[in-house]
Design a protein around this ligand. Structure first.
Ligand code: NAP
Length: 283
C-alpha cells in the first residue's frame, strides 16, 4: 500500500552517524510539509531488494552513500546529464516503473565554489583523492571554467584514470593526474580535500602537501565533521582561506529534496538557517 506521507530514505552502510534525517526534518518544517526521511543500513548485495521495497511502499526516492554509489549507478534506468558525466550518483528517484539517478554533489560543490568568492575562471586547482566525490568536484571545477585541475591520489593510477576521463569534457580545462606527494609543486589557488582523511572516526593521518605559493589560496574540505579538519588547519596555518564541507552537505540535500518533493521556497534563506543550526549542533 502506498504511503500517504511523502517519504525518502538514505541507504548505505554505516548510516547511523548521518545528519540527513535532521536536515530533512528541518526542510520539512520550513516547507510546512509532512515528510518522512529514514536511514537504512544496506549492504551492496541487498540494494536491489531494498529499492524494490521502497518503491512498493510508495517512497519518492533515496539518497545513496558509501558503499552503494557504484551499484546504484548500475541499477539505474536513466541518468541525469550530471550523473552521466560525473559517473557517480547519490540521489535516486522512482519515476513510474523506472529508476532515475542523479548526482547532486557536483552542482552542490559548484554552488559552494561560487559563493566562496574565490577567483575561478582561468585558475588552477589541486584535488586530493580520486573517488566519487573527487569526480563530482572535477566536474564542478570544469563548469566553473578553471584552466587546470591536478588530481593527486595515493594510488597514482586512480588519479590518471580520473584525469583522463575528465579530459574528454568539452572546454578548455586541462586535467592531470599525479602521485599525492607531488601536489606540493603545483601553483594552485584552490585546494580541495575529497578524501575521508581527517574525518571523525576515520583512523590514520594524512599530511597534505600544500604548495609554496599557497598564501592567498582557498582550501575546501568536503568533510564536515570535525568542522576544522586537519586539512583546513594545515591550510589556515599557511594563511589560506578555509571552507568546510557543511555547505556542500546542505546544498546536496536541498537538491535531493527538490528532486522528490518540489521546489523549496526562499531556498537561500533556508540554507543559511540550516547551516547555523548544524554548526551549533556540530560544535
Ligand atoms: P571514495 O569514493 O571512497 O573515495 C575516497 C578517495 O580518497 C579515494 O581516492 C581514496 O584512495 C582516497 N583516500 C581514502 N583515505 C585516504 C587517506 N587516508 N589518504 C589519502 N587518500 C585517501 O569516497 P567519496 O565518496 O569520494 O568521499 C570522499 C569524502 O568526501 C568522504 O569523506 C565523504 O564523506 C566526503 N563527501 C562529502 C560530501 C558533502 O556533502 N560534504 C559529499 C560527498 C562526499 P584509496 O583508493 O587509495 O583508498
Amino acid at each position: 500500500m502506498a504511503l500517504r506521507v511523502p517519504s525518502a530514505a538514505l541507504l548505505g552502510s554505516p548510516v547511523a552517524h548521518s545528519l540527513s534525517p535532521e536536515i530533512f526534518q528541518f526542510l520539512a518544517s520550513r516547507a510546512r510539509k509532512n515528510v518522512r526521511y529514514i536511514r537504512l543500513d544496506v549492504e551492496p548485495r541487498r540494494l536491489p531488494g531494498a529499492l524494490r521495497s521502497l518503491r512498493r511502499a510508495g517512497f519518492s526516492g533515496a539518497n545513496v552513500t558509501a558503499p552503494l554509489k557504484q551499484d546504484a549507478l548500475r541499477l539505474a534506468d536513466r541518468l541525469s546529464p550530471e550523473a552521466e558525466t560525473i559517473g557517480a550518483v547519490n540521489a535516486l528517484r522512482f519515476d513510474k516503473s523506472r529508476l532515475f539517478a542523479h548526482n547532486t554533489d557536483g552542482p552542490a560543490f559548484l554552488s559552494v565554489l561560487k559563493e566562496s568568492g574565490a577567483p575561478l575562471k582561468g585558475q588552477e586547482a589541486v584535488v586530493f583523492g580520486a573517488g566519487g566525490a573527487a569526480r563530482a568536484v572535477c566536474w564542478a571545477l570544469h563548469k566553473a571554467g578553471l584552466a587546470k585541475v591536478v588530481v593527486a591520489a595515493r594510488k597514482p593510477r586512480q588519479a590518471s584514470v580520473l584525469a583522463s576521463r575528465m579530459s574528454k569534457l568539452p572546454g578548455r580545462t586541462v586535467f592531470r593526474g599525479i602521485p599525492w606527494r607531488e601536489a606540493g609543486a603545483a601553483r594552485a589557488s584552490i585546494w580541495i580535500n575529497a578524501t575521508p582523511a581527517g574525518m571523525r572516526g576515520v583512523p590514520g593521518r594524512a599530511v597534505f602537501p600544500l604548495g609554496k605559493g599557497a598564501g592567498k589560496a582557498f582550501a575546501f574540505d568536503l568533510i564536515y565533521l570535525p568542522p576544522r579538519t586537519p586539512f583546513l588547519r594545515q591550510a589556515a596555518a599557511r594563511g589560506m582561506r578555509t571552507v568546510p564541507g557543511l555547505g556542500m552537505l546542505v546544498k546536496q540535500a536541498v537538491a535531493s529534496w527538490e528532486l522528490w518533493f518540489g521546489p523549496l521556497a526562499a531556498k537561500a534563506a533556508v540554507e543559511k538557517r540550516l547551516m547555523v543550526r548544524l554548526r551549533a549542533a556540530l560544535r
